[in-house]
Design a protein around this ligand. Structure first.
Ligand code: PEP
Ligand code: MG
Length: 596
């Protein structure tokens, strides 16, 4: 009897990974892994007619790599002797390996995928096979091949390599890491969710995911090594979970939950046109944060009363040249007009930390978050700073713009920034260019030193906006993008609460308003507490605005004050969080669904 062929597909095991929730929502989709740590390689299909062009591109990259290696070989041989240069001889041999290079070309012709992707696949295969070889000589070649391979890839990918814009299908990106500029490229792309192995909940990559309104989980550690290209995957951005190869039962459960959340969110949008006012009449400014000019419609769609933080760094990212003053002017003007008469707070360039801009070639720093960033950079580059201030002032003629400086750490910095602003004002006046002469100027309070001298700073600005993302990382000495210490990143930590209270009280003593634009302002569980501490303005990702509005409208300011008073007597972040959650569940029971 003929043996019946077993055609049954082997079912992959369901894998559940726990990470850090970065952006809410649930997506059920197909994984698109980006394995390499430093290079992100798009799996791009190509048309038959461009195959030859890809072969030429490959050969050119090989020639370029060869010239680079020869130059290094010569330099090392001259400076350190021929013996030390020998390794580069081995590298040249890799380049001349006809089997490897030939395989790339034939696979390229067969699969019709972009050459860098094909090359990476072939290279990975070689590396895998060689590293398992019994032959010591072959095993030793692994690092040569790896080095040369990366050099070829770099030459193939050139400046344009990090593209997530042109994906053909909807995918869930499963990456080791994504920079904020990579994430910015996902705008209007086909990325429906993403996960990263590293990163914290207030990294700019995570913040960008909220702007894109796609679920994201970060700090998963092992997701890239657990997933295959095209694996089914569920991203649960509410709980920070990822399920790879989910069972039918799991898929069903998530489908139901997704529906339930969507229904709930849709209902909340009914509050869109209502004010953010407590039951006893305290009116709160509820604004939204944006990263890209394209985010403006979402601010209005979610019922925010303005923009509390316009992160302008993204103008400078993913570009070869600096944005012109006019280009910036146009975007600020568009936002001012679209939001009019609501306010738009434009934050001046906050380069640095985890946001690097290729044009500036900023030297690598050991501690970039403590380094040459934000206002420090702008004061050192008044040409760039003035161009931005001019653009903001010119646009202020068309709506209610406000200017805000990031990372102020002392009063001298603030005065210097204001002096430059004054110069720009005078220039515009001289040229009779119209601008809002009464434009409000504020400082972000995101460095503990600024919080501690907020009584002094309050005398020199029109408002404060507390940047908790940085304030928490500096106050608690917890890197905001490091998943290993994410458990220490506690917004409810008593030290953080005391700093916030101090800033609010000092601001109020000088009769200026105090807002918050860090992610803490959008933490549902902590909203009542912040309200009770006396915060005048909340600025959150647009998608969180309806939830915060719901809370503000459901509580009495007098009750919130009592909860805040109680919270200030507690000794741990955990105790504060428990108090806040219990009270919220009591005061706004329907929002319990959003507390995980
Ligand atoms: C903050 O630090 O809280 C903030 C809003 O600024 P960013 O997240 O851009 O550093
Ligand atoms: Mg900040």
């Amino acid at each position: 009897m003929e043996k019946k062929k077993n055609k049954q597909k082997v079912k992959e095991k369901e894998i559940i990974l726990k990470g850090i929730p970065a952006a809410p929502g649930i997506t059920i989709g197909k994984a698109y892994p980006l394995y390499a740590e430093e290079v992100l390689i798009p799996r791009r299909t190509i048309k038959e007619r461009v195959v030859e062009g890809e072969v030429i591109r490959f050969k050119e990259a090989l020639t370029k790599t060869r010239l680079e290696i020869l130059a290094i070989h010569k330099k090392i041989a001259n400076e350190m002797g021929i013996e030390k240069a020998r390794i580069f001889g081995a590298h040249l041999m890799v380049l001349e390996d006809e089997v490897l290079m030939g395989e790339v070309i034939s696979k390229l012709k067969k699969d019709k995928l972009a050459v860098e992707y094909v090359f990476w696949e072939v290279l990975e295969k070689y590396l895998r096979v060689l590293s398992k070889s019994d032959d010591e000589y072959l095993r030793e070649r692994v690092s040569d091949i790896n080095d040369v391979g990366r050099r070829i890839l770099k030459n193939l990918l050139g400046a344009e390599h990090r593209s997530l814009e042109n994906l053909r299908k909807k995918v869930v990106v499963v990456a080791y890491d994504l920079s904020p500029s990579d994430t910015a490229m996902m705008h209007r792309g086909n990325v429906v969710a993403f996960t990263t192995d590293i990163g914290g909940r207030t990294s700019h990559t995570a913040i960008m995911a909220k702007s894109l309104e796609i679920p994201a989980v970060v700090g998963l550690e092992t997701a890239t090594s657990s997933v295959k290209d095209g694996s089914s995957i569920i991203v649960d951005g509410n709980r920070g979970l990822v399920v790879i190869n989910p069972s039918k039962k799991t898929v069903k459960r998530y489908q139901n939950e997704k529906k339930q959340f969507e229904k709930f969110d849709k209902n909340l949008l009914k509050l869109k046109d209502l004010p953010a006012k407590t039951l006893d009449g305290r009116k709160i400014e509820l604004a939204a944060n944006i990263e890209l000019p394209q985010d403006v419609p979402s601010v209005l769609a979610h019922g925010a009363n303005g923009i509390g933080l316009y992160r302008t760094e993204y103008f400078y990212m993913n570009k070869k040249n600096l944005p012109s003053e006019d280009e910036q002017f146009q975007s600020y003007k568009d936002a001012a007009l679209a939001l009019h008469p609501r306010p738009v707070i434009v934050r001046t360039l906050d380069l640095g930390g985890d946001k690097f801009l290729s044009q500036f070639e900023v030297p690598h720093e050991m501690n970039p978050f403590l380094g040459w960033r934000a206002i420090r950079f702008c004061l050192a580059r008044p040409d760039i700073f003035k161009a931005q201030l001019r653009a903001i002032l010119r646009a202020s003629h068309y709506g209610k713009l406000k200017v805000m400086y990031p990372m102020i750490s002392g009063v001298e910095e603030l005065r210097q920034a204001n002096a430059i602003l004054e110069e720009v004002r005078n220039e515009l006046k001289k040229k009779s260019i119209p601008f809002d002469r009464k434009i409000e100027v504020g400082a972000m309070i995101e460095v503990p030193s600024a919080a501690l001298i907020s009584d002094v700073l309050a005398k020199e600005v029109d408002f404060f906006s507390i940047g908790t993302n940085d304030l928490i990382q500096y106050a608690l000495a917890v890197d905001r993008v490091n998943e290993k210490i994410a458990y220490l990143y506690e917004p409810a930590h008593p030290a953080v609460l005391r700093l916030i209270k101090m800033v609010i009280d000092n601001g109020h003593r000088e009769k200026i308003w105090v807002g918050m634009c860090g992610e803490m302002a959008g933490e549902v569980a902590l909203a009542v507490l912040l309200l009770g501490l006396g915060l005048d303005e909340f600025s959150t990702s647009p998608i969180v605005v309806p939830e915060i509005k719901r809370i503000i409208r459901a509580v009495k300011y007098e009750d919130a004050k009592k909860i805040a008073e109680k919270a200030l007597t507690l000794s741990t972040g955990q105790e504060v969080e428990t108090l806040a959650k219990t009270q919220l569940k009591k005061l706004v029971p329907d929002l319990a669904i959003k507390i995980v």
